[in-house]
Design a protein around this ligand. Structure first.
Ligand SMILES: *[C@@H]1O[C@H](CO)[C@@H](O)[C@H](O)[C@H]1NC(C)=O
Ligand SMILES: *[C@@H]1O[C@H](CO)[C@@H](O)[C@H](O)[C@H]1NC(C)=O
Ligand SMILES: *[C@@H]1O[C@H](CO)[C@@H](O)[C@H](O)[C@H]1NC(C)=O
Ligand SMILES: *[C@@H]1O[C@H](CO)[C@@H](O)[C@H](O)[C@H]1NC(C)=O
Length: 521
């Protein structure tokens, strides 16, 4: 049977190539239990961090931590998938297998336009992968090259290209490389800090500054991983954002990604401003996010592993385990006067809208205790894009008041996204979302400190079969979370609760769209 599937996939790929069909994929239909229909997941086996996100010649490449022999973490390989539209992915053969220097841990990829590496053999610039190899307690950096637009890869004969001189530290990993002022700059996670290196040729690396440990900066509840240093323009000035994933120690337990705002002079990142820990995403399931290199529209386009090390290896999926977030665009802007990172879903995701499945309120709705939108919709879909605008000012102030948008099924299972009027917090509640039994704390409610006090709260939600992405206030506060319902969640209702009887929730507008699966099922 698997031979038969292989042959039909080959024929499909052949037809796609022949007909130049952009939205044609090898993965014709994946719809096993909990299988995401909007988000990337591997057909089989274990996936974690996205690696080597890079655009080249019409294709976005995503590599990722992959174990091809099981659905838990094991000796790491680089899995590989490509897309031309950021929505429909095609899984390609494994790009990198472990070798004598070790397993293939996380890292990045660049297009070496100027042949600085000397590794270009053909007419097109080579793709260079820069990654950690791990063997026992040793972690070092290696590179590999592709001269055929990312279809085959060869290890550089001079590996490793960077080794740790401090033998007291085992954690020395996750190189993220970009080009600046005729040099390659690498940020690397070294236990509790980020070290910077530079190189002319991607082979020879010189240590620059470091950040995070002395003086102590940010959250340190766990090891630092997967840095990414990004430049933005704000008020006409260049500012830098350093992403640092941390595990454990996230704002809702386990894995999460913090960020720092500051300056970078080519050697040293320095934090500016006085702020407590900043989180790129407050939800339980957003980790190891990094951005694409060579993005054609110059966007800071990020994909993260939608999971948490607390329970990532025991999720109740069967053939596969692990999925990625939607591609998100990062930006740095001011909100309530403060510079803050914001994330919004890439505009390409809108191509999944089913134009026949559209509902919107035509006038404000006042809600005493609940309103069910399910019958208003005139369509039945568990893949939804919801845009709600809410008034957070009540007639009579009530700090105990809350509202939530809940997605539910006929078994009374539900996933809720809500707002707490007293604390100005957002929350994500999956306590009654179906299977939570595989991990004791999976059902705990997650909270996010909303970045603004604006009276108008905007919520944008993407609902998939087993995940939700929440973007509040245009993306200044985001939360991402998994859930595992017994049946699909196709109902939508809003609940409001206040101890003061005259209070009602004012929904200024509500738009609900049905989305199409990324598969042809
Ligand atoms: C890339 O650089 C190497 C080393 O300088 C050189 O041998 C090779 O010919 C160059 N490749 C191309 C296509 O120019
Ligand atoms: C690295 O740099 C050193 C000194 O600058 C030089 O001797 C060596 O050949 C370089 N190695 C590579 C692989 O470029
Ligand atoms: C999760 O976080 C909460 C709040 O910080 C804390 O009280 C609880 O002990 C944590 N649970 C675990 C398992 O770490
Ligand atoms: C909507 O679809 C779900 C899942 O396919 C199904 O369980 C439910 O009965 C449907 N609801 C209606 C009103 O047709």
């Amino acid at each position: 049977m698997s031979l038969h599937v292989d042959v039909s996939i080959r024929i499909l790929i052949f037809l796609c190539t022949l007909l130049f069909l952009k939205e044609c994929h090898a993965q014709n239909c994946l719809n096993d239990k909990y299988r995401p229909q909007l988000h990337y997941s591997p057909a089989k086996n274990w996936l974690n961090d996205p690696n080597g996100l890079v655009y080249l010649a019409g294709e976005y490449h995503m590599f990722y931590q992959y174990y091809p022999d099981g659905t838990v973490w094991g000796p790491m390989h680089w899995g590989h998938a490509i897309t031309s539209d950021l929505v429909h992915w095609e899984e390609l053969p494994i790009a990198l297998y472990p070798n004598a220097l070790g397993d293939i841990f996380s890292g990045s990829a660049v297009v070496d336009f100027k042949n600085t590496s000397g590794l270009q053999t053909g007419g097109d610039p080579p793709l260079i992968l820069i990654f950690t190899q791990a063997s026992g307690n040793t972690q070092l950096q290696s590179i590999a090259v592709s001269n055929d637009r990312g279809r085959s890869f060869g290890f550089y004969a001079g590996n490793p290209v960077l080794q740790n001189t401090d033998k007291t530290i085992n954690d020395f990993r996750d190189p993220k490389v970009f080009y600046m002022n005729d040099k390659w700059i690498m940020s690397l996670a070294v236990k509790n800090k980020i070290q910077m290196f530079s190189s002319n040729n991607l082979k020879n690396w010189t240590k620059l500054g470091e950040f995070g440990a002395v003086p102590l900066q940010g959250a340190h509840g766990g090891v630092w991983e997967c840095p990414d240093l990004l430049s933005f323009t704000l008020d006409g000035l260049k500012l830098w954002v350093l992403l640092v994933s941390i595990n454990p120690g996230g704002p809702n337990n386990g894995s999460a990604t913090q960020y720092f705002i500051g300056t970078f002079d080519g050697r040293q990142f320095r934090k500016t401003g006085i702020y407590q820990n900043l989180w790129m995403d407050w939800g339980p399931d957003n980790y190891a996010g990094v951005t694409f290199s060579n993005e054609p529209k110059n966007r800071k386009l990020l994909i993260a592993w939608m999971n948490n090390w607390d329970y990532g290896q025991v999720l109740p999926t069967v053939a596969w385990r692990g999925q990625m977030t939607l591609p998100r665009v990062l930006d740095l802007q001011r909100i309530d006067g403060k510079p803050r990172l914001l994330s919004t879903p890439a505009v390409e995701v809108e191509s999944l809208r089913n134009l026949a499945q559209f509902y919107e309120t035509t006038r404000p709705l006042w809600i005493r205790s609940r309103h069910d939108f399910t019958n208003d919709l005139q369509f039945n879909n568990s893949l939804l894009e919801v845009d709600g605008v809410f008034d957070t000012q009540l007639t009579i102030n009530d700090p105990s008041a809350t509202f939530s948008i809940c997605f539910y099924n006929g078994l009374a299972e539900e996933v809720c996204v809500g707002y707490n009027f007293g604390t100005n917090n957002l929350f994500f509640d999956r306590s009654n979302s179906g299977d939570t039994s595989f991990y004791g704390n999976f059902g705990q409610i997650s909270y996010a400190n909303r970045e603004t006090r604006n009276k108008i709260l905007q919520l944008k939600l993407y609902l998939d079969t087993s995940a939700i992405e929440i973007f509040a206030d245009g993306g200044y506060t985001t939360m991402t979370g998994l859930f595992f319902p017994t049946q699909l969640l196709t109902g939508v209702r809003v609940k409001f609760s206040s101890g003061i009887a005259v209070n009602q929730l004012k929904i200024l507008s509500m738009t609900i769209r049905g989305l199409k699966s990324i598969y042809n099922c």
